[in-house]
Design a protein around this ligand. Structure first.
Ligand code: GTP
Ligand code: MG
Length: 271
């Protein structure tokens, strides 16, 4: 199974972003803290040289120490990154301050493009900054379809549809994007990504896996979980799809704990 998802609305959205980049003063590039490497759109980096602030969203779901390592890594690369939990919204003041610190004094309100992969929290961030619910939000990719300018105190924010890139060279990266629900569930084999996630957890977070599901069979962990959770078809066979949905939901809602799928940044540990 090869994961690929680049529907027509993303091609249109990318064209729109290229146009709007000409008139914005800075870009807020949103990255999912659980996949700091795989959720950066390479296209977005090549499209502009305007000031950019990296906002790591969903820090409440990510491995705290790895999030810190990534922020420091980017700092060493000359990039400014802030981690946020947009559900709590405590860091909104910090984001505001960071935005101001990156922009020169202007006679008009600065215009910022909020961009990133689908489902990363772009519209949620805008609602936080504007203190309204002007942008539509949802726990699946592709909620925002067109451009929308919204006004926050002292700034204009452009909400944009999440965009991916035309071809995933790295299929593990694509799996990670599917696991965090940035790729539509309907175009991905749910059992394949759930098994991939279980193997990853067994390697990197065995204690969290054990805490949630107890001991699992070496070769068929998904089948085991299906049995334990009663995901059964008529006749008592395990319903793999249902078991996969359970595992993915547990991961996405934080029930498996705080997990980062990308590991440490390239240079960490080198002092
Ligand atoms: N746990 C957690 N959930 C978040 C956070 N930020 C956003 N979410 C949730 O993530 C989901 C997606 O949020 P949206 O703001 O719609 O994401 P988007 O980037 O605008 O998505 P598209 O418009 O589909 O590209 C929603 O269910 C939000 O409640 C966060 O910091 N932590
Ligand atoms: Mg949106």
């Amino acid at each position: 199974m090869t994961i690929q998802w680049y529907p027509g609305h993303m091609t249109r959205a990318k064209r729109m972003i290229v146009e709007e980049l000409k008139i914005v003063d800075a870009v807020l590039e949103l990255i999912d803290a659980r996949v700091p490497l795989s959720s950066r759109n390479p296209d977005l980096q090549s499209l502009t040289t305007k000031p950019r602030i990296l906002v790591l969203t969903k820090k409440d779901l990510a491995d705290e120490s790895l999030t810190q390592e990534w922020i420091e890594y980017w700092k060493s690369q000359g990039e400014l990154a802030v981690a946020v939990d947009l559900l709590q919204g405590k860091e909104v003041g910090t984001i505001n301050r960071v935005i101001r610190s990156q922009l020169p004094e202007m006679r008009r309100d600065p215009r910022l493009l909020v961009a990133g992969i689908p489902n990363v929290g772009k519209s949620t961030l805008i609602n936080r900054l504007t203190k309204r619910r002007g942008a539509k939000v949802g726990a699946r990719p592709g909620v925002t379809r067109g451009k929308q300018w919204l006004t926050a105190p002292g700034m204009q924010l452009l909400d944009s549809p999440g965009i991916l890139w035309p071809k995933f060279e790295d299929q593990d990266a694509a799996r990670k994007l599917a696991i965090i629900a940035s790729i539509r569930d309907e175009v991905v084999d749910q059992a394949d990504i759930a098994i991939w996630l279980l193997n990853f957890l067994k390697r990197e977070y065995p204690e969290k896996l054990n805490e949630r599901y107890g001991s699992l069979s070496e070769d068929y962990p998904l089948e085991d979980i299906g049995r334990k959770r009663g995901c059964l078809l008529k006749g008592g066979l395990v319903d793999y799809d249902q078991a996969a949905v359970t595992v993915l939901k547990d991961f996405r809602t934080g029930k498996l704990g705080r997990i980062t799928l990308d590991g440490s940044p390239p240079q960490s540990g080198v002092k």
